[in-house]
Design a binder for this molecule. Structure first.
Ligand SMILES: [Zn+2]
Ligand SMILES: [Zn+2]
Ligand SMILES: [Zn+2]
Length: 732
């Protein structure tokens, strides 16, 4: 008998067709396998039980990166004498998922370093189980002629392997070898000579720009303080920590505490940067990650990285773009250095490294990009929605057919070049996914770039504004598929509120479609607005003034008067309930700095200074009947009187306040599920304190895991809200 089987999900570009062929061949089946627009189609001819067994085998042990979402089986007419892999029919409409970029596999890494292998030292070695995917795709279906690698004609050896069903590179679209693959070059030097020159330059203390999978990095030896410092000056990124690449897990262990979860995350094919605690033997240059007890580590994810790092100390590898600018994908752009290790394979989708950490033994994403995007999450079925996200750390989201695709981290929308990249990526992804929205969700902030330009960005004129912190909480509900109402705690930096003030520490009673603000941090003013986010003395000044306390900030009478006037007259002194800003103010009080050279620098310093053996500050909860407020003034006075161990007392006090708020919310509403989201929960100390305390009070606690708790989750949350509002309403 003959059956036609259609596999849907992430089944193209992950070695799925050859795998299906091999399984079918091992069962003696005849027929064919091919990519079709919306999946992989197999036609099997043989005994019914044999066909069934083969399908089961495919279902239970697919290739590592494949995700089978559904299998359809139907009778089919036809008799076959052999088993073939067929080419993809041209012009097939496509809704299949593109796989994320896949880090180098163990087999390729071994061949790369094996002098007897034909691909020994070839920096573009890959196979059906590894190599770039999303970053090189021009259109679907994923095939040799639709990807940037297709610009290189195959040599006879590669062609033979590509055609041989028993070879690991059978239909490996990124197949390459020294005779036919892309070329690395540095100035006039090519191939191995260029790589050796890059290594020499690094060891000599120079900074080298290196083209990776998703864009250019700037690299230098991480133990060389002069080089790291020079790199930091070049990037003009203040004290923001930089990630380092280690050759292998053993080298990583030398610098960081790596538990089973960290190891799994580091070694996974997704190869994210993993934030680990610095170990006692930490020996990297002080400028790599100043002011924090964490270090971001990742392992080589391309063959080029393996060749570069073999035998070297850990190497700083940080994106070559300036702060807030989009990632650089073209070697002709200004890379700020003379040593550039470039290559001639085009990057079609520039994409940043992903950043993760471990929370409760699970990988939690900080930044979701390479290795994760464009994998989809599941949501209830409904109309198609484009969600434009917010302003900072922005992503966009497509919701369609019960799935959501959250884009890679694109960044700061206030930067013209980054916003242009956002628009380009949106266009490209529209084509890749054949996506057209029926509704467009956007932030309720009237002057966010994505709100202002929503009519140009959207192909629908049905707009759904979503409030920032509702989106945060809805993103958690969406991740876990929670329905009904929950208590939402948004602990965040900045978000536009219903009263037009800057929200940032909010207690909501929320469903996916609606929310009510039931409590918040007592508000205060930010003299100078955005300036106060960088000059955090202004925040502490404002807090102290409002609390009627005096504090010596070492500022002159002129500044004091100016800030005072701003606050008293409400001139450029926006009102906020932001926990992020409260962190900044208390970090200044703790003497951990006065100005932030990157976002949340002082909050990170406050987290790193945490001392568990201290008593919490008092943050009394004042219930006004229709809402409650958490008062920071008592804590401030306690801190001014006794400035010892401010970090520990602050973290514990805030954690207690969150629990008090949730207990009151439960008392009033009977709800016992709490969703935590917002940038402050990137603070692991705070998240763990709150999570544990709420759990022991009998709450069911949820927080973002697959998406970042920071603003990377906002577009997804908007899509969840919009779907819930218009669910079932289809436009004709
Ligand atoms: Zn491989
Ligand atoms: Zn070749
Ligand atoms: Zn936010």
């Amino acid at each position: 008998m003959t059956k036609r089987i259609v596999f849907r999900g992430t089944v193209q570009g992950v070695g799925f067709r050859p795998f299906v062929w091999r399984v079918a061949d091992s069962f003696g089946l005849k027929g064919f396998v091919r990519n079709i627009g919306n999946g992989v189609e197999a036609v099997f001819c043989g005994e019914p039980s044999t066909i069934q067994n083969a399908i089961e085998m495919i279902r239970i042990s697919p290739p590592p990166q494949a995700i089978i979402e559904s299998v359809e089986i139907a009778d089919f007419a036809g008799d076959y004498k052999d088993l073939k892999i067929l080419e993809t029919p041209e012009g097939t409409p496509s809704s299949v998922l593109v796989p994320p970029d896949i880090g180098i596999c163990d087999d390729c890494r071994r061949e790369l370093l094996d002098p007897k292998d034909p691909r020994h030292l070839h920096p573009f070695i890959s196979c059906t189980n590894c190599g770039p995917r999303l970053s090189i795709i021009r259109r679907l279906p994923y095939d040799r002629h639709t990807i940037a690698q297709g610009d290189f004609d195959l040599c006879d050896r590669c062609r033979n392997e590509y055609m041989d069903p028993l070879d690991r590179r059978y239909h490996a679209q990124t197949i390459a070898c020294p005779d036919c693959g892309p070329t690395v070059f540095m100035g006039e030097l090519k191939g191995q000579e260029a790589i050796l020159e890059a290594r020499r330059s690094l060891l000599a203390g120079e900074i080298v720009a290196i083209k990776g999978i998703g864009g250019f990095h700037l690299a230098c030896i991480a133990t060389n303080e002069a080089s790291v410092n020079a790199l930091r000056m070049l990037k003009n990124r203040g004290n923001e920590p930089m990630a380092v690449m280690c050759f292998d897990i053993a080298q990583a262990r030398g610098q960081a505490e790596i538990g089973p979860c960290e190891e799994q995350s580091l070694s996974s094919w997704r190869k994210p940067v993993v934030l680990c605690k610095k170990s006692n033997n930490y020996s990297l240059a002080p400028s790599v990650a100043p002011g924090t007890d964490k270090i971001g580590i990742f392992l080589p994810y391309t063959p080029l990285h393996v060749l570069l790092l073999d035998g070297l100390p850990p190497v700083v590898l940080t994106s070559a773009n300036l702060h807030e600018e989009p990632i650089i994908a073209d070697g002709k752009e200004n890379l700020m250095v003379t040593k550039v290790l470039d290559n001639d394979r085009e990057i079609v989708v520039p994409i940043d490294d992903s950043v993760a950490r471990c929370f409760k033994g699970r990988q939690q994403l900080f930044r979701r990009a390479r290795g994760f995007v464009p994998e989809t999450l599941l949501v209830p079925k409904g109309p198609s929605i484009l969600a434009l996200g917010g302003q900072m750390k922005n992503t966009f989201t497509f919701a369609y057919d019960g799935k959501v695709m959250v884009s890679h981290h694109i960044g700061e929308m206030g930067n013209a070049a980054t916003f242009a990249r956002f628009t380009e990526s949106l266009c490209l992804f529209r084509e890749l996914f054949g996506f057209k929205e029926e509704y467009c969700a956007h932030d309720a902030h009237p002057s966010y770039t994505t709100t202002v330009h929503r009519k140009e960005l959207s192909r629908s004129d049905r707009f759904i504004p979503v409030f920032h912190h509702h989106a945060h909480i809805a993103s958690v509900m969406g991740e876990y598929g929670l329905d009904g109402e929950v208590i939402g705690v948004a602990a965040d930096g900045t978000g536009f509120g219903t009263d037009s003030t800057i929200w940032g520490f909010e207690f909501l009673v929320a469903s996916k479609s609606e929310f009510q603000r039931i409590g918040h941090l007592r508000t205060f003013q930010l003299p100078g607005g955005e300036v106060a986010i960088k000059d955090c003395r202004r925040i502490l000044f404002s807090l102290a003034r409002q609390a009627g306390s005096t504090i010596d900030l070492g500022i002159g009478p002129q500044e004091r008067e100016l800030w005072g006037v701003m606050i008293d007259r409400g001139i450029n002194a926006p009102i906020t309930s932001s926990l992020g800003r409260l962190f900044d103010g208390f970090a200044v009080l703790a003497g951990l700095g006065q100005k932030a050279t990157y976002e949340a620098e002082l909050a990170v310093a406050l987290e790193s200074a945490y001392d568990p053996g201290t008593k919490p500050f008092d943050f009394p909860l004042r219930d006004f009947g229709d809402h409650f407020e958490i008062d920071w003034a008592v804590a401030l006075k306690q801190g001014i009187e006794d400035p010892a161990s401010i970090s520990g007392r602050f973290h514990k006090g805030i954690s207690e306040a969150i629990v008090k708020g949730c207990l009151l919310a439960r008392q009033k509403t009977g709800l016992k599920r709490v969703c935590l989201s917002g940038g402050c929960f990137l603070n692991l100390v705070l998240l763990e304190l709150v999570f544990d305390a709420l759990s022991s009070e009998g709450f069911e606690v949820y927080t973002n895991i697959s998406l970042p708790p920071g603003d990377g989750c906002v577009s997804f949350g908007q899509a969840v809200v919009a779907l819930s509002r218009v669910g079932g309403v289809r436009c004709v």
